[in-house]
Design a protein around this ligand. Sequence first.
Ligand code: PMP
Length: 323
Amino acid sequence: MVTETRPAGRSPALTTADSIVYFDGTFMPLRDATVTVATHALHYGTGVFEGIRGYWDDGDDELYVLRLAEHVDRFFRSCAILRIHLPFDRDEMAGLILEVLRRNNYRSDVYIRPIAFKSSQTIKLTLSTLDDGVAIYAFPFGHYAHRDGGLRVCLSPWRRIDDNAIPNRAKVTGSYVNASLASDDAHRGGYDEAIMLGSDGSLAEASSSNIFLVRHGRQVTPTVSENILEGITRDAVLTLAREQLGLEIEERAVSRSELYVADEVFLTGTGVQIEPVTSIDDLPVGSGEPGPIAARLATVYADAVRNKLPAYASWCTPTYAAG
Ligand code: PMP
């Protein structure tokens, strides 16, 4: 008899019931911020979200929200694609995010999750005529995916959703079925992450992060037309690579086999930050050790996000000084 194997550890809840969230115009405890089972978005994945990090700095006694304006802007663009109308403008939303953090008095690294969704209680397949709901919550957060010595990843048999199926530029809740299948299979196979190819077989991204290769000292990453999310960390890493490391960058279509001959591979994302990949399908990447370029980028990134590099001070919005 074949038995279904279920990983032993269930994913723990990251929020506590009494943490304060913003929900449809007011602040309330998380336990009260609920929707009904008839909600359109629950049935059809008709929501959009953001993932934002805040970095606590002991020396400054401050919680810096990383690239807040860029995340808010992408949220608005995602909403436009799903025809969601928000009850606030970009500046007001940035203010609400900071207010959620202040009301919880977070003094640690945090992850912030804004979500907007079709809230009507209907089974009709439509978007424009439906009501919209919106919430913002946050929770203390450390590593998303990390392994000392680098991540062990696999190439997923699941293909990355095509932009003509669900727009990749939007962070649509429903599209994360694709990412979750890839990621769950990878975890069940003992890997840390899944790398996904597009339907044409070229490299796209990992389940929730963008991918970079180092080849002949140049940094290579799929272009934004390769069915990827336009990652904000991807943009930060491109900037830091050019400005701080003086690297040449190639944004282009990347073939699968380039992964096998790359000197380095690493992932970038709000959650994952910058994590080296040291094996793909159990084959070593480069030397099989975390590479020097990823390490240097991770060091400057760690300084930039805690407002230690004046050139990138505009990336860091203080939570408490602004209050
Ligand atoms: N791709 C996907 C599918 C993601 O969900 C994420 C995480 N938002 C990323 C890439 C990385 O994007 P960012 O750097 O903006 O977090």
